[in-house]
Write a protein that binds this ligand. Structure first.
Ligand code: PMP
Length: 403
């Protein structure tokens, strides 16, 4: 008999994500010969641009194959410094910058470096599924603040004020948001800053990973730039995964106060050492090479967004706001609840609707419960228009069957 490992409380506090469960059920159905469309993925469907792949090849050929400095190569940190200055108006020193194995790893480093048991992290819901789990791995306590469709899925100053306690360590801001696509305006960010200003023990983690996939006009709003007086307690994170279709390369970066970056670097040093040397060379080219890919992919995503929102709003029982960024649509479908499928199953929750659509209409949507939102589902429009149209037709056919 194989012995069962005695799992830590930490390991037991997180489970297989709902997204992973659905993806594996979809794979099972596909193996049975069903043509299931999955709109679950959180990554661009484009290839990494050629100039970036060539830079990686060159790095390999030129022997750029050794350990790098733990917090990233000097060349990449210089490119990141320039990026923060040019795109965000943030003037930061090199020792305020760190490169990690994806933006997700930035969160790990930050929470492991700062959270003790019971420390609270305010997470506006809907949230990216990994936030609460990473907080839990670091033995912190996620504190959810519900931000529904009525407030455009965005944290309001009064809701933030009400959630702050003496134990609050961090508040998460994610704009454009995964899963809602919501984008905070400069005024909205400034209003949140006003609340945080009154609570000097609260730090801000600004997850800007979808910065470049944004369909609103004007300058991108990030809190460290809008409230420079708070930059001494702000960690601004970003990366190349979404903007440059580089999810598999695993390069994220951040800027924050020197002492925090130092502690995070020490933690990273014992986990991964520096990030992959070749991927870092590729990321330098992403940040410093031609930027036309950003405009081209944004235009493609915008066209898809407009069509998908329109198609979803044709589905009975579904209402979809127009997201301002990222590549997700997040429709509300509470009007479907209480209805019955042709075989007599009552749809009581968003999970019921997701399994009905998967089992009977061959389309995977991600139920909002995965993101702390019981009335919505997420679809990713990082797929061709043809696939998206077919998927929306299947969702519509399912909704039309509900009585
Ligand atoms: N933040 C958000 C909001 C995300 O959606 C993701 C990726 N799904 C990440 C961070 C992590 O990005 P990376 O792939 O660079 O780790």
């Amino acid at each position: 008999m194989t012995a069962q490992p005695a799992l830590s409380k930490r390991a037991q506090s997180i489970g297989l994500s709902k997204i992973a469960q659905l993806v594996s059920r979809a794979a099972e159905l596909r193996a049975q010969g069903k043509d299931v469309i999955s709109l679950g993925f959180g990554e661009p469907d484009f290839d990494t641009p050629l100039n970036i792949r060539e830079a990686a090849q060159k790095a390999m050929d030129e022997g750029d194959t050794r350990y790098t400095a733990t917090g990233g190569t000097n060349t990449l940190k210089l490119a990141v410094q320039k990026k923060f200055k040019n795109d965000n108006g943030l003037d930061v020193d090199l020792d305020q910058i760190m490169v990690s194995v994806g933006a997700k790893h930035v969160l790990f480093n930050a929470f492991l470096a700062t959270l003790d048991e019971g420390d609270e992290v305010i997470i506006p819901a809907p949230f990216w599924t990994s936030y609460p789990d990473i907080v839990k791995v670091a033995e912190g306590t996620p504190v959810f603040v519900s931000c529904g469709a009525d407030v455009g899925f965005k944290l309001t100053p009064s809701a933030l004020e009400a959630a702050i306690t003496p134990k609050t360590k961090w508040v998460m801001i994610n704009s454009p948001s995964n899963p809602t696509g919501a984008v905070y305006s400069a005024d909205e960010i400034s209003a949140l800053a006003e609340v945080i200003r009154k609570h000097p023990h609260v730090w801000i983690l600004s997850d800007d990973i979808y910065e470049h996939i944004r369909f609103t006009e004007g300058k991108y709003a990030t809190i460290a730039a809008l409230a420079p007086d708070l930059s001494g307690r702000t960690l601004t994170m970003n990366g190349v995964s979404k903007a440059y279709a580089m999810t598999g390369w695993r390069i994220g970066f951040c800027t924050g106060p020197k002492a925090l970056i130092k502690a995070m670097t020490a933690i990273q040093g014992q986990a991964t050492s520096g990030p992959n040397s070749i991927a870092q060379a590729a990321a330098v080219e992403a940040l410093e090479g031609p930027q036309n890919f950003l405009d081209e992919s944004r235009a493609t995503f915008k066209e898809r967004r407009d069509k998908v929102v329109c198609w979803l709003n044709e589905c009975p029982g579904i209402k979809c706001q127009t997201p301002d960024g990222a590549f997700y649509a997040f429709p509300t479908c509470s009007d479907c609840f209480g209805k019955v499928t042709p075989d007599g199953t009552k749809i009581e929750t968003i999970d019921d609707l997701a399994s009905f659509l998967l089992e009977k209409h061959d389309v995977t949507i991600i139920p909002g419960t995965a993101f702390g939102a019981p009335n919505e589902f997420r679809i990713s429009y990082a797929a061709s228009l043809e696939i998206l149209h077919e998927a929306c037709n299947r969702i519509k056919a399912g909704c039309e069957q509900l009585q």
